[in-house]
Design a protein around this ligand. Structure first.
Ligand code: NAD
Length: 421
């Protein structure tokens, strides 16, 4: 898929939702294009004394409902189209969860594994220097994304503080706890998906002993596997970029976590207690109740969707199922819990971090979990009932739900009808 079709695909979801609502033309005109995308070249001094430049972007897609919110990705293949598409998704994700935010995203075109730690720090500080007038606690609030983490967010918050001359922890989320981060942020994405599945289990026809397959055993994949295994569900197959393993009686999740922590692939467990290897691309075909894509975009497409055997797909990754695959899965009566709801636990706890920073009053991990659970259950139930009432997929229902909130905010400024009547 080309990058431009990436954004076009995202916009087809908007068009589909708009067909179900009496959406004013002004609303679609506003949401079809990003409000502002800034491109810069970051120049940093490398350890060998040379200077090197890196392309970087920050997109504020729409800020009608509040300051824009979205992560910063460090990736060699980052493009402006990808940044704008991710910012579009963030706009809808924040609206789905009723967070008082618009959507944004940022990226640096770099392979961070080729930089030393000192170079990575200089690059991260250079990003903030370049975008200091765009970001801000009431304007645009970054967070971690692919290949960025809490320590990078800490450097960025520190750089912002030295530019404005005061500490402003609410400028960025996903910070280390010692620098104003929130308890419960590390597993928030997976935990949000876990609360959602638990809440809708009966409607989804899922029992108390599910067979689960997890594609991608990174941050999101490891936490969802641990949470579900702790509740007695059986994690029958998992994969990472180097391969997959399957065990009919359930994999030992703790052993998998230990292997990953030691830098080994999941396939290193093969041969122990009924564990067999599987080609990574066969993971989606495993016979299971719940399939959790937690790796990359477009992993389930027209070519392989017919192989899915699960009853329910929980999209912890962003955009793992293409629109063609969506249609095939719908035909097979596989229910897809869409990314803008299923993985919104991460941005929800980022919002909690921002609130705590502004209050200067910090919550216990139990309070964070309780509020996350309540938010996921509230919005999940609303989306499920829209899907039922309108006879649409949960994905279309989630877009309808978000669009109606965005439309109310945009229309509150006055529509064509208001100005011409
Ligand atoms: P991560 O880098 O920690 O993990 C990704 C995992 O996917 C790794 O284990 C990698 O080996 C694996 N992988 C890569 N290619 C694969 C392939 N072809 N087959 C199987 N596995 C493969 O990333 P993460 O933070 O867990 O994010 C995963 C997805 O979830 C991304 O789409 C991300 O945008 C989305 N997401 C994450 C968060 C979060 O808070 N971490 C929040 C929202 C959305």
């Amino acid at each position: 898929m080309t990058d431009s079709s990436f954004l076009d695909v995202a916009l087809t979801r908007l068009d589909e939702a708009a067909r179900h609502l009496q959406t004013d033309g002004d609303v679609l005109e506003r949401l079809k294009y990003p409000r502002e995308t800034t491109k810069v070249r970051l120049m940093i001094r490398m350890d060998d004394g040379s200077r090197k430049s890196f392309l970087a972007w920050r997109c504020r897609y729409d800020d009608t409902r509040g300051p824009t919110k979205g992560g910063i990705r460090y990736h060699p293949d980052a493009t402006v189209e990808e940044v704008e598409t991710l910012a579009f998704w963030m706009t809808f994700k924040c609206a789905v969860m009723n967070l008082p935010y618009g959507g944004g995203k940022g990226a640096v075109q770099v392979d961070p594994r080729t930089l030393s730690k000192a170079e990575l720090e200089r690059l991260s500080r250079a990003y903030v220097q370049a975008f200091a007038r765009i970001i801000g606690p009431d304007r645009d609030i970054p967070a971690p994304d692919v290949y960025t983490n809490a320590i990078i967010m800490g450097w960025m918050a520190d750089e912002y503080a030295s530019i404005v001359g005061q500490s402003v922890p609410a400028v960025i989320t996903g910070k280390p706890i010692a620098l104003g981060g929130s308890l419960g942020r590390d597993d928030a994405t997976a935990r949000g998906g876990y609360y959602l599945v638990r809440h809708l289990a009966r409607e989804l026809g899922l029992g108390s002993r599910m067979r689960v397959a997890v594609q991608g055993f990174g941050n999101a994949g490891q936490f969802i596997a641990s949470l579900l295994a702790a509740e007695g569900h059986s994690i029958v197959a998992v994969s990472d970029s180097r391969g997959a393993v399957i065990c009919e009686d359930g994999l030992d999740v703790d052993a998998l976590l230990r292997a990953k922590a030691a830098g080994q692939p999941v396939t290193s467990l093969a041969g122990q207690g009924g564990v067999r290897t599987l080609a990574a691309e066969d993971l989606i075909a495993v016979d299971c109740d719940l399939l959790v894509p937690a790796a990359l975009e477009n992993m389930i497409d027209e070519a392989n969707a017919h192989r899915v055997h699960a009853r329910v797909v929980l999209e912890l990754a962003n955009g793992p199922v293409t629109p063609e695959a969506d249609r095939i899965l719908e035909g097979k009566r596989v229910v897809v819990l869409p990314d803008i709801l299923a993985n919104a636990g991460g941005v929800t706890v980022s919002y909690f971090e921002w609130v705590q920073n502004r209050q200067g009053y910090y919550w216990t991990v139990e309070e964070v979990h309780e509020r996350l659970k309540a938010t996921m259950e509230r919005e999940g139930a609303k989306i499920w009932s829209i899907a039922r009432e309108r006879q649409v997929s949960p994905r279309t229902a989630a877009y309808i739900h978000a669009l109606s909130r965005l439309a109310s905010a945009i229309e509150a400024h006055g529509t064509q009808q208001f100005f011409t009547s």
